[in-house]
Structure formats: C-alpha cells, structure tokens
Design a protein around this ligand. Sequence first.
Ligand SMILES: Cc1ncc(COP(=O)(O)O)c(C=O)c1O
Length: 374
Amino acid sequence: MKVEFFKHGLGRDEKEKILECLDGIFLTTGSYVSEFETNFARYTGLDYAVGLTSCTAALHLSLLAMGIGSGDEVITTPMTFIATATAVIHTGAHPVFVDVEPHTGLIDPSKIEAAITPRTKAIIPVHLYGQMCDMKKIKAVADKHGLKIIEDAAHCIEGERDGIRPGQLGDSACFSFYATKNITCGEGGAVATRSEDLGRKVLMLRQHGMSSEAADRHKGNYRHWDMVECGWKYNMDNIRAALLLPQLEKIDSTWKKRADLWEKYVRVIEKIPGIRCPEIATNSKSALHLFTIWVDKDKRDHILRKLGENGVGATVNYRAIHLLSYFAQNYGFEPGAFPIAEHIGDSTISLPFYPGMSDSNLSYVADTLRKIVN
Ligand SMILES: Cc1ncc(COP(=O)(O)O)c(C=O)c1O
C-alpha cells in the first residue's frame, strides 16, 4: 500500500470557480481576491485581510509595514520553518531565537524576556502544528517592552486558545495557503490584522508601492498612478483566490473531518510504546494542521526511512533551524544553543494526515509504525 503524506481535497466546487474566473477577463488581483479578503477577514474575526503570494511574503511585509529593518532584532523560535527567520533577515533585521516548551514545541513565553535588548522591535510567535502559542503571556511581555507581535499562523487558520484567535492580540497574523496547508491554492498567503493603517501599508507594499492596482486602473478611464513606496511584487491573483473561495466556505467541515481522523489516530498511536504526541493545551482548539509524533531521537531517522520503504509518506516539521548551515555559519550557533528545540527537531515525524485519508490508510500507517518500532 502507498499512503501519501498529503492529498488535496480540491474538487468540483473549486474547478467550477476556476472556470468562472477564466470566463472573465481579469486574471490578476481583482474581484475574486477582494471577495476572498473580505471573507477571510470575517472568518478570522479581524478587520482587514490582504491576499499575497505566500506566508513568507506576509511575514516580510508585516515587518516592513511596521518599520522593522536594519539594526533591529526580532525574537522568534528555532522550531519553525526557515521562512519565519528569513523574512526577518530580508528586512535587514536579525532573528533572535528563544527555546520552546518541551511538551508543545511552541515558543516558551517565560524565556522571551531574557532575549530582549534595546534593539528588539518585535516577537514572531509560531502557532506550530496548528496549536496557538500562549498569546496572553506573550502579549503581556510585548506590552511591557513596547514590542510588536507578528503571528506566524501558517499552520493555524482555525485555531483558538483562551478564547483568542490568531491576530486578535497580535498586530498582524500571517497565513499560508501553500500546497499542503488547511486551505490551499498551491502557493499563497495573507496578512490579517485589526489595524486599518497596517492593512493599507501591506496593500501598497504588495504591489511595488504603487498608488493603485491593475483592477483600479481597469475601472473607468486611464488615470496616472504614482509610486509612493519601494514595494514588492507579492499580490495574490484572481485564479488563486477563485481556488480558495469555496474552500473557505467549507473550512469548518473540513476541520471536523481532520478532527475525526485525529481522534482515531491518537487512539491507535497511544498504544505504540515509545511514541509521544505534542500536548494540546487545555482551553484551546488546534487547527490540526500536522499529525506529529515524537519518537526516540536515536531511532527517528531509521523509523523515517522504514516508513518510506513501506510506502508511508512521512516527513519532518522541523529540524531546529538555528543549526542549519546558513544560521550556524552566519550567527555562530552550535549544538546545545536551544536544547529543547534541538531535541524535538531530532525526535519529530509528521505522519500522513488529510481529510480524505481512509480508515484503511490510517490502519496501515499505524500497523507499519508499530512493526518498525517493535
Ligand atoms: C511555520 C511556517 N511559517 C511560514 C511558512 C511559509 O509559508 P509559505 O510557503 O506560504 O511562504 C511555512 C510554510 O510551510 C511554515 O510552516
């Protein structure tokens, strides 16, 4: 049997919407993007959403729109995808890492304060695997030191903790619609925020810093545009928004399918000795993006290899990023710098997990894992 790591669930609704979009004349940023932005803002409970080409772009533009750049420091976690830190580097600022909680893999709020210097401007908490960080604690530290918060919510569209959703305490939340994310258009992202000012700045920066977008110029007669900022080319197009619109309508029922699968997974995985799952905080709803297990770190690579050999599409999200060559060489990190993140990074395996995964797929993954571990 072969069980893919991920299979998208795009079907008739998405095809129809794409065809509808192709029947129009406007392929780039236009009415489909605006509609998606309105609906996405409503779903997140935030006031503004801006459609972009990726979550990396969302992180980058959030930082730029907050005026973060050369000489500044931004605190984040080494237990994340590299984009969280490279977005900081692209502004000219330095990423400063803080270790994570051993039971969740999320940035440890009690360790943030020690990493703050006069140059610190912002914190980027990462809502890893779909679970939100403890935003109340992080917000208290940020407020005490006058820091901005940019939430990396690439995994966490549907998440909630202590009654708070991504972006509701932070200054902005950054989402990903990459190929394996909870809703996807292949490549895409968004910034969502409560701040009109920030929303407007991101909107301008996503398209070269121009004072109008193609859709504005398409309306009525030609009007001259100005370049107001030195921006980027990060605007989401209508085709991708058309793919996302039907998925957003179904996002809660899709989450429920993953939740049912999750329960079944936990029941079988719990019985396999030596395997742990990251804890989900009480009073929280995980967006259930990845099904992650933590195994003995000396056996992890062997288990991964054997899963692959037996047709199970497993992967690693993530190895602690400070020890990847670029960060180690440019920032001088050595093993032991962030021991908890390193331990998790050496122990972690993401198993196949997507709404259309069948019971027999799940049993095959669990049986294969049990045999390998035994
Ligand atoms: C935690 C995290 N942050 C940021 C990103 C970047 O997202 P994108 O590929 O949409 O730029 C990812 C992508 O996997 C991610 O997992």
